[in-house]
Ligand binder design. Structure first.
Ligand code: MG
Length: 179
């Protein structure tokens, strides 16, 4: 038996065998709090949003970047963001999450894949995402090296942790193919 390629997870036995096209999914949630309560500035997709509350996080708490990072890593069967960048590692205190996303893209390329498209949803009660969406999409296009990037903003309709303004969540689905 030859050893698994370096991008393959040592902890995920379902990650073997890489066909020409792979799908990946990621999800993330961060609690939102005021600065007095330990909330950081609210950053979504690399864009700072004006908000009285922000994520409780070890890194900068960019839920969208974290979800996309996990989707990319999942697509190639690699370890997830929490394994690669432990949230008790002092090197990542207040880290710009583009570092995590960039590393995931690097691993996708190292595994011989390129990103085909990304579809993502951000769940945030306020502020509205729409004014920042163009900049968020441009950031993702730049880091992923892929034009086909779609980002949707949804509220929680006033219910649940998102709707009550206590959390931000993001989902991401990516397709990668052999290059
Ligand atoms: Mg996170």
């Amino acid at each position: 038996m030859s050893p698994p390629p370096p991008s393959q997870s040592a902890t995920n036995p379902g990650s073997g065998g890489l066909p020409g096209v792979r799908i990946g999914h990621g999800w993330d949630r961060h609690r939102l709090a005021t600065p007095d309560e330990g909330g950081r500035a609210l950053v979504v997709g690399g864009v700072r949003l004006e908000s009285p509350v922000g994520p409780i996080a070890h890194s900068d708490g960019d839920a969208l970047y974290h979800a996309v990072t996990d989707a990319l890593l999942g697509a190639i069967g690699a370890d997830d963001i929490g394994v690669l960048f432990p949230n008790d590692d002092p090197r990542h205190d207040a880290e710009d999450s583009e570092v995590f996303l960039g590393e995931a893209v690097r691993r996708v390329r190292e595994a011989g894949y390129g990103v085909v498209n990304l579809d993502a949803t951000v769940r945030l009660e306020r502020p509205r995402l729409s004014p920042a969406k163009g900049r968020i999409v441009e950031n993702l296009r730049r880091v992923l090296g892929c034009e086909a990037v779609n980002v949707k903003g949804k509220t929680g309709e006033g219910v649940g942790p998102v709707g009550e303004g206590r959390a931000i969540e993001a989902d991401a689905v990516v397709l990668v193919s052999r290059v």
